[in-house]
Ligand binder design. Structure first.
Ligand SMILES: [Ca+2]
Ligand SMILES: [Ca+2]
Length: 203
């Protein structure tokens, strides 16, 4: 029995969670006007102060034609202010990075050239990131906000900004034995059976 207990202890050392790989939400299957969109484990839902909540999808970032983005626009001061919230079906998640860019491909009737407005990203853990709409080129920002539940994207002032390629990592809170652990556990069980057999023979 001492051998069996020892093997179980050794097996226990290797009971660690498997590291999840990073996933990407690319928004390419989003339908313009829907109130929410799910891709993989992430869902983004919209709020709107004066209209029915809706998401804006479109090919609005120049330089990657045909590749759709999720964007918010414009003139948040008076009427049109889309705010978005991201949640993960698994609960906790890591927000790793996000491409943010100007909506260069919006029609001239729906411009995004105004400056001075803000997009503010926040998490339920108190993270905050404030980007002034100053027509900067598209850029991938690294956040690495770990263990969050919700991520919000809020627009204020005039302007528009788009996002794409939201990279995130699920946090699996259920420990899964590694293959090596299963082998060790199997060895322990075999060892226990052998030990019991030996005892019976000695009796
Ligand atoms: Ca995309
Ligand atoms: Ca595009």
């Amino acid at each position: 029995m001492k051998i069996f207990v020892a093997l179980l202890i050794v097996s226990g050392v290797f009971m660690i969670p498997i590291t999840a790989k990073a996933l990407t939400m690319n928004f390419d299957a989003g339908i313009n006007g829907d109130p929410a969109y799910t891709e993989g484990d992430l869902t983004v839902s919209a709020t709107h102060p004066t209209e029915t909540a809706h998401l804006h999808f479109g090919d609005v970032i120049g330089g990657d034609a045909g590749n759709n983005e999720l964007y918010s626009h414009i003139n948040c001061v008076s009427f049109h202010c889309n705010n978005y919230e991201f949640t993960n079906a698994n609960g906790l998640w890591d927000f790793n990075s996000l491409l943010i860019g100007p909506c260069d491909r919006l029609p001239s009737s729906d411009p995004c050239s105004a400056t001075g407005g803000h997009v503010v990203l926040t998490s339920d853990l108190g993270h905050s990131f404030d980007l002034i709409m100053n027509r900067q080129p598209s850029e991938t920002f690294v956040f690495d906000w770990l263990g969050i539940t919700t991520l919000t994207w809020n627009i204020s002032g005039n302007g528009a900004l788009a996002m794409d390629d939201l990279v995130y990592t699920n946090i699996d809170t259920t420990p899964v034995p590694e293959p090596g652990t299963l082998i060790l556990l199997g060895s322990g069980l075999v060892g226990m059976l052998g030990f019991r057999t030996k005892i019976r023979k000695n009796v």
